[in-house]
Design a protein around this ligand. Sequence first.
Ligand SMILES: Cc1cc2nc3c(=O)[nH]c(=O)nc-3n(C[C@H](O)[C@H](O)[C@H](O)COP(=O)(O)O)c2cc1C
Length: 485
Amino acid sequence: MEQKALSEMKDLRDWLELMEGLGQLRRVEGADWNLELGAITELNSHIRGAPALLFQSIKDYHSHYGIVTGTTSNATRLGATLRLSTSLDDMGLVKALRGKSIQWETEAENYAPHLVEEGPVQENVQRGSQVDLTQFPAPKWHERDGGRYLGTGCVVVTKDRDTGWINVGVYRMMLQDERSLTLHMVAGKHGRQQIERYFALGEPFPVVVSLGHDPLLFLIAGLEVPYGISEYNYVGAILGQPLEVVRGEVTGLPMPAYSEVVLEGWCRPGNLKNEGPFGEFTGYYSYSETPQPVMEVERVYFRNDPIILGAPPGRPPHDFSYYKAVMRSAMLHDALEKAGVPGVQSCWADEVGGSRQLLVVSIQQRYPGHSRQAAFVASQCQVGAYLGRYVIVVDEDIDPANLQDVIWAVVTRADPERDIEIFRKAWGSKADPMNVTFNQKVAYNSRAIIDACRPYEYRDVFPPVAECSPEYRQQVLQKWAHLFE
Ligand SMILES: Cc1cc2nc3c(=O)[nH]c(=O)nc-3n(C[C@H](O)[C@H](O)[C@H](O)COP(=O)(O)O)c2cc1C
């Protein structure tokens, strides 16, 4: 029954209905787009297990136009969005995801999107001078944001000029006026590489942007799917069936047939406008405003009473930090095994570090040097190399997702002088708040690995942990059950 409901979900509306049925959605009427909607989302993100929020009757907007936030921020909603299950916990999800990214990547080529003549997204179409982006609720999410962001959980669909490869990425979009927005694509991102090629030849860059869609498309577009593989195909591989798309009227780009709102238009060489600052996933505001390409919108397609997917970052835990933590933890475990590190019990890429700056690996030690091997590989494999800061390796009795446990291991099993290794000139990022502070031109950073495992050669004489043995604990729990309900 559950699996059937999950596999029949076709769009954001089916997703919302399922979540409402599971008690995973709360409706919020009358919030102000100016900071209030963002603040309510932020407070909600800080409550473990809180529902997703569907904002309607947003101040100054059509009462039936909505914004949904918190779509993937707990295990029930993330499991459902990935079509896995609604009953897994955090580590259960990580286990269920082991090996999946490799499987989906491999299968993606069999799931090219299915082009259909028409789809619900074309219920309303605005062309040329009819285009009015100000009809859609665009929140100012954080107090120091440089503007109103219509695109946070948006997916940006672009094309490789030479091969035709379709990329779908989550890049934030700030509203500029009735017919334009800026597109913020960091150097190296696939969309950015594509636009650079068009601009180098002096050609306009075609773009379509979906503002509301199945949260599965959002979460895959926000992950580093390898160069050359389309996220449309990747999502098809997860669903086990191709995504349905319709062709944009002016660019010919494929847009999701079941989207809530799609914008279509062009970025033109030389047309840049300032955007930012913006509250970032590190928990700090980004560097100050910078010039970014302007998307000039020529068509707007939208369903009646459209719902926009909002995903504002900020001090963690934030709107989408949970999904990143779970998915990257599974990818890290896969990467360690692929690199030949044995005895890995589990991995956790915690939300406090945006799933990058703090990686914890628990191992069953097998030989001298094993814990350092795990730490160095975690810090430098593809999943861990970019914008890392600390890697902590712990023994198998420590739950890597429980920071209280992890820090206990650090303060009792690691001696700073002997067990912390530092290396320099690693792959940093301009998004790193330290980089912003020191205004470094080249975004290197340094890394620390903390070996918080009991020293291998002394593990038999290391003092035993002062707690009930598992057997005795079980006996007491049974006898005194009423005390621990
Ligand atoms: C909600 C959200 C907002 C994001 N905003 C940006 C952004 O503004 N610019 C950017 O380059 N990456 C941003 N990212 C990260 C990219 O989506 C991510 O790196 C993705 O892999 C990019 O797609 P690509 O690998 O096809 O380039 C964001 C991710 C999420 C989930």
